[in-house]
Structure formats: C-alpha cells, structure tokens
Design a protein around this ligand. Sequence first.
Ligand code: FE
Length: 209
Amino acid sequence: MPHDGHHAHEAGTELSEMDARVRALESLLVEKGYVDPAAIEAIVQTYETKVGPRNGARVVARAWADPAYRARLLADATAAAAELGYSGRQGEHLVAVENGPGVHNLVVCTLCSCYPWSVLGLPPAWYKSAAYRAKAVIDPRGVLADFGVSLPAGVEIRVWDSTAEIRYLVVPERPAGTEGWEEERLAGLVTRDSMIGTGLALPREEAGR
Ligand code: FE
C-alpha cells in the first residue's frame, strides 16, 4: 500500500528504506499465506484506476448545481461525499473549503502526503515532493505561479495543512457562463489540481476535454 503515515518526512534514503520494509513485509505475509498477492494488487489497482479525481469532480459539480448539497458539503464533507458513494479509506474526516471572489484555498501536507483518496485517488508525485510541501507554506503565490495560476493581488490565499485526521477538498469557483449546465458537463470542468488548489476550474470552452 502507498505510504500515508507520518514517517518518511524527507525523500531519499528514508523512503527507500520504507519501500524495502513494505516489500519485506508483503513477502512475509504472502509466504505465510496470510494475504493473497492478487488481493493486494487489486487494492492498488482500485486506487490507481477506479478511485480518481472524477469522484471529487462529481462532488464539486453537485455542489455547484445544488445549493442544498453545497451546504451539506461545507457542513460535513465526509457525509456529503458518502451520499454520492465516495467513502472509505483515507476519506474519513474530509473537509471542503470553498473558493470565492476574494478567497483561494490551497492544500498541502507539510509532513508527508496526506490526501483525500476517496475523492481524488492517489496523490500526484509533486504533492509528495519536499519542494511543494515547503514552498506551499512559505510562498503560496509562488507555488500558484509555478502552476501557471495568477490571482488578483487582493485575493487572500488560505493554506490548509492536511493530516491523517483531516483531509481537505477545495471547491473551486464555478466558471462563468455555465448556468443551467448538467452536472456531468460541469464535472468535466473540474480538474484534479483545482480541487487541491494549484489550479482553477477550466473555462466553459474547455468542457469535454
Ligand atoms: Fe501527511
């Protein structure tokens, strides 16, 4: 299973030691007949292919389209995501933070790579990098610039530090000109990065991309 604890704080030797330990443990469990390697593979496959940012995109699209759902999402994101069938490992204690005209939210895990798997799948490599984890806190505007996002000077950037206990989902601003759109079409505008805060939702012209 991918590492999601608070152990490997720096990349490099610690991570490869963790890798070796995970492999040794897996071999031992298989050898003793406690686990089926196919079952482990199935779990990894599920998180790599079936559970992905499309789940989160549907949550955001529903929030854009349905004010009552939006209110439930902001009050209790774990329950609101579960309403759409997205729950389980690393999705507990989900908190939704909403962007608005004067506020932009950015999510990081300064210690390792805590991430809301149930709605976003597995974290991208850059999310786990020491560079992102450090710079997001010190220079969030610089991080946004690295991702090609520039916000008006007056916009407040709120940085949220994920932990094993609380994982954040950003609700990006709904793109202009999408009034009355079906949820599925709206979901096509919600990128993974827009739900981490390193991106914005796509403009309406890019629907279906
Ligand atoms: Fe973490």
